[in-house]
Design a protein around this ligand. Structure first.
Ligand code: FEO
Ligand code: CA
Ligand code: CA
Length: 646
């Protein structure tokens, strides 16, 4: 069974589209009504009417853009929007420039091996070996953060770009072409190369006099891969459920994989999120009932990249079944210290973590907003137990002690954060949770019992730095047959964005008020979309609000027209009832647009294009004359050196 999955096909059929939550839809079936935005009613704005929740949505009313909030005054968007594109090139507005940068395989450290397509043991003599790959930028760029290396102006010209590598396209990785590597066997070197192309890259970069950015050959450059030594910390560290034969103490796991979105802490560390780890294991028969239930709830199995054929760590046996429980965490990395050991922060829960957006409360507590990206999964937040500065001064990590919550969205526009705390409510030994460590390893199952609201694939979260409003992208869900308030379309083909304000503006609060920011799609009401046709998009995924509250929306999936793209929104302005949006960037053939970072001066924008040519048809970026399509960062600047987006 497990050997019949072609990883390339598996990548095409997004595993997040398949549910593994048995408790999903019915919870709110009886309240499948349109959400009337209470805030909008109070503000005298547009009111959502009930009754449009059918499978053929036409002109649904919706509550968008509460007036009077956010950026009154000067419009945030000053560029001329671009049309959709099907070209195999990156397009940005007039007056902007986009250049590919640090593509997969860029020499990064050690011997600085040049990129050469293919793997020798896959039948491509002269291609990069597994060892080469460990010294090069990884594959399939995703979330990223820019860390300045200086205060002031120089910090916007010299820094560390830290980026995730979400998965590998084994076709291009092993053969260098849109051609299967799977005959007849998968070698140990192929598996090792695949593992070395995963994880995170730390890349020192600087802006040259010419205005171009360049990689610096620096001792700070680093690769973190599927085999890097890590630590487990927090309540699940050392727990019985994370102990393995190779690590009987359950504290020293190896590697991070499927690193999707990201976050950054106020103390200058990077957070990387382990998403689709579940597909990388083979589960042997004979598992006990408890383990079958746990692995089933996370969808573990499939041996998507054939690692299990060569690396026993990725085989779940009846007697050594806990390796998958050591993935699905948020991992903290100190990018300034190349020898530092990355730490898996178990207090933030175990899910298919999309991203981790950090916000600091007025009292100095850190709050981390997180989505679990699969159909009918949940939105979470973690709140540290104390002020982050005082916790750190006492030698404690603010990410090890605190409360994890899961969101329940009620149809009256309010919501509640439900604590995942052992001993509270149903989270007791009688229900299979012996202690807090078990609650965290089984985060999804604990959230099921609490009655969290099943969502349409929660992807990135974002916090408006000026108003504190929190946003989450719900990318799509073609399995939804029963609506609930925050997920009003059945099926949800195009995705949408929900947002909320925490009670009293306190991000540690346990209640909130939410509304629908927008419903994506072809626009002008088609399929229920609440945007204008000229701004059409689908499958919102990456999301970030910049220091001016400009919202950047990145897409991954079916678009009404053309390639995946990135749009900017002024979240507090509407035009004819639709939020003000402008298309800023269109990606190349087959890519998704994901990951975003800016220099502090907001004059250089970094955006990632992942999996160009996923089904063939792309040779981007070709900046080295090679035709193999390669994920890469795009560096966007303005010809006049101005702030991006204005
Ligand atoms: Fe890694 Fe849900 O995208
Ligand atoms: Ca994503
Ligand atoms: Ca996605």
């Amino acid at each position: 069974m497990t050997q019949t999955i072609d990883p390339h096909t598996a990548a095409d059929a997004d595993p997040d589209d398949l549910p593994s939550n048995p408790s999903s839809a019915p919870a709110f079936a009886d309240v499948a009504r349109a959400r009337v935005s209470r805030r909008s009613v109070l503000a005298g704005g547009m009111v959502a009417a009930a009754g449009f929740l059918t499978s053929s949505l036409v002109n649904p009313p919706v509550a968008v853009a509460t007036p009077g909030r956010g950026s009154a005054g000067r419009p945030l968007l000053g560029f001329r929007p671009i049309p959709p594109s099907t070209a195999d090139e990156v397009v940005v507005p007039r007056g902007y420039r986009a250049r590919p940068f640090i593509p997969w395989g860029t020499p990064l450290l050690g011997r600085y091996p040049e990129f050469r397509p293919g793997t020798p043991s896959a039948g491509v003599p002269g291609g990069n070996t597994a060892e080469d790959q460990a010294q090069q930028v990884g594959m399939h760029h995703d979330g990223m953060t820019y860390f300045p290396l200086h205060a002031g102006r120089k910090g916007s010209e010299h820094g560390l770009l830290v980026l995730n590598h979400e998965y590998t396209d084994e076709f291009y990785l092993q053969t260098g072409a849109y051609q299967s590597p799977y005959a007849p066997t998968y070698t140990a070197e192929m598996v090792r190369k695949s593992q070395n192309a995963h994880g995170v890259s730390v890349v020192e970069i600087e802006k040259k006099r010419s205005g171009e950015w360049a990689l610096v050959r620096s001792r700070r450059n680093r690769r973190i891969t599927a085999n890097t030594e890590m630590e487990l910390a927090g309540p699940a560290a050392g727990h019985e459920l994370v102990r393995t034969a190779a690590d009987p103490q359950g504290r020293r796991p190896l590697g991070t994989i499927n690193n999707c979105g990201n976050g950054e802490t106020p103390w200058g560390t990077y957070l990387t999120c382990e998403e689709n780890f579940n597909g990388y294991f083979r589960v042997d028969p004979g598992q006990n009932e408890e383990n079958s239930e746990l692995q089933g709830r996370y969808g573990v199995g499939g041996d998507r990249n054939r690692w299990a054929t060569q690396d026993p760590r990725f085989v779940v046996t009846p007697t050594d079944a806990n390796e998958p429980n050591r993935f699905g965490w948020v991992v903290e990395i100190d990018p300034f210290s190349p020898e530092s050991v990355p730490v898996k922060r178990t207090a933030l829960g175990r899910l298919k973590h999309e991203d981790a957006t950090v916000h600091v409360t007025k009292g100095g507590r850190v709050v981390v907003y997180m989505g679990d990206d699969q159909v009918f999964e949940y939105v979470y937040k973690f709140v540290s137990s104390g002020n982050w500065r005082s916790m750190r001064s006492r030698g404690k990590s603010p990410l090890d002690e605190g409360t994890l919550y899961v969101a329940r969205f009620d149809d009256d526009g309010t919501g509640t954060w439900l604590p995942l705390v052992h001993g509270q409510g149903p989270l007791t030994a009688a229900n299979g949770f012996a202690d807090q460590g078990e609650v965290l390893v089984k985060t999804r199952m604990a959230a099921d019992l609490l009655g969290a609201t099943p969502m349409d694939r929660p992807e990135w979260t974002a916090v408006d730095p000026r108003t504190g409003t929190v946003y989450v992208t719900l990318t799509n869900n073609d399995s939804r047959s029963e609506a609930n308030g925050p997920n009003p379309r059945t099926p949800n083909l195009w995705g949408h964005i929900v947002r909320w304000d925490e009670q009293g503006g306190d991000h540690a609060a346990t209640s909130f008020e939410w509304d629908l920011f927008l419903l994506a799609g072809p626009g002008d009401g088609v399929d229920g979309s609440t945007i204008k046709a000229e701004d059409s998009f689908g499958s919102p995924d990456g999301l970030w609000l910049d220091p001016d509250s400009r919202a950047w929306i990145q897409t991954d999936g079916t678009q009404p027209t053309g390639n995946n793209q990135m749009l900017a929104a002024d979240p507090y302005r509407t035009e004819g009832g639709a939020p003000e949006l402008r298309r800023f960037l269109t990606g190349v053939v087959g890519c998704e647009v994901t990951g975003i970072a800016m220099t502090p001066d907001q004059r250089t924008l970094f955006v990632n294009l992942q999996h160009p040519g996923e089904r063939g048809g792309s040779t981007w970026p070709q900046n080295d004359g090679l035709a193999t399509p390669r994920s890469a960062t795009v560096v966007v600047t303005r010809d006049d050196g101005g702030v991006i987006g204005t």
